[in-house]
Design a protein around this ligand. Structure first.
Ligand code: CP
Ligand code: NVA
Length: 302
């Protein structure tokens, strides 16, 4: 049985295998070739935070694979009234075949895996967003034909997206430069992980320095879900940490721009840059479906 709790848990080979399978499933879906690999299986989808892409892509993906997606809002589950996650894991393991969870604490996802006996897939925590990053890598590889040797740049918060992008980029042979304001760097364990890759990782204060000769630039909101009260403080701290024309001017020719969405135009990205790269960004959103179908097959189909 396989989980996707965080990207660090998957080797380079496992990540590449998932990307290959995602490409194949995308091709087959577009050509009307159906796979009912998960027929008879149910995926419980627990959401403790809002979602458009993750919810719809998992629900559609599970249906396309012949399985059944069961949406479970924490507002309606006993978990929302304090039932321990350890008990929820043991109960759900007796009814369903896998769980996708979007929540706050990474420890909650880890506890589901420890106490349950079914595959657990992380649909975003405060710590990481592995499904999104698999879709991002898939999109880069589709457009650039490779990952190895390319330079990724991330501008902004040392949040769930930055954490998973650092792991995903380095595990697939890319280099990554990140620029974040003081006090908003990624956690120590991620920096230690990245430092293991030598000069393939760089963390700087200057967005222009990070973006120099980049092949793909990514950013994310300044205030993530759960940080609404910090919005004003963050708006002040992140001034200048924006993907705009000035920043794009120092990147390589044909540099891509990706954004996990939702995007806040005028904050982390200008409307001009967003619209100039809308085709890539919405392909990235579509690839959530294909990448997650690959994750579902890897975790629940074997
Ligand atoms: N990118 C992403 O995870 O989008 P949702 O919050 O809409 O699921
Ligand atoms: N960092 C953002 C990502 C949303 C997909 C958040 O956690 O809200």
């Amino acid at each position: 049985m396989k989980h996707l709790l965080k990207l660090e848990d998957w080797t380079s080979e496992e990540i590449i295998e998932a990307l290959n399978l995602a490409d194949q499933l995308k091709y087959e879906q577009k050509h009307g070739i159906e796979h009912k690999i998960l027929a008879g299986k149910t995926l419980g989808m627990i959401f403790e935070k809002a979602s458009t892409r993750t919810r719809v892509s998992f629900e559609v993906g599970m249906t396309q694979l012949g399985g059944y997606p069961l949406f479970l809002s924490s507002n309606d589950l006993q978990i929302g009234r304090g039932e321990p996650v350890q008990d929820t894991a043991r109960v759900l393991s007796r009814f369903i075949d896998g769980i996708m969870i979007r929540t706050f604490e990474q420890s909650e996802v880890e506890a589901l895996a420890e106490y349950g006996s079914i595959p657990i897939i992380n649909g975003l925590t405060d710590y990481c967003h592995p499904c999104q990053v698999l879709a991002d890598l898939m999109t880069i590889r589709e457009r650039k034909g490779k990952l190895e040797g390319l330079k990724m740049c991330f501008i902004g918060d040392g949040n769930n997206m930055m954490n998973s992008l650092i792991v995903g980029a380095l595990r697939t042979g890319m280099s990554i430069s990140v620029a974040c304001p003081e006090g908003y760097e990624p956690p120590k364990n991620i920096i230690e992980f990245a430092e293991g890759f030598g000069d393939k990782f760089e963390m700087v204060k200057s967005p222009l320095e990070a973006a120099k000769n980049a092949d793909v630039v990514l950013t994310d909101v300044w205030a993530s879900m759960g940080q609404e009260e910090e919005k004003k403080i963050r708006e002040a701290a992140f001034v200048g940490y924006q993907v705009n024309d000035e920043l794009m001017a120092v990147t390589n020719d044909g540099c891509m721009v990706l954004h996990c969405l939702p995007a806040h135009r005028g904050e982390e990205i200008t409307a001009e840059v967003f619209e100039a790269h809308a085709d890539e960004i919405f392909e990235e959103a579509e690839n959530r479906l294909h990448a997650q179908k690959a994750v579902l097959v890897k975790c629940m189909g074997e």
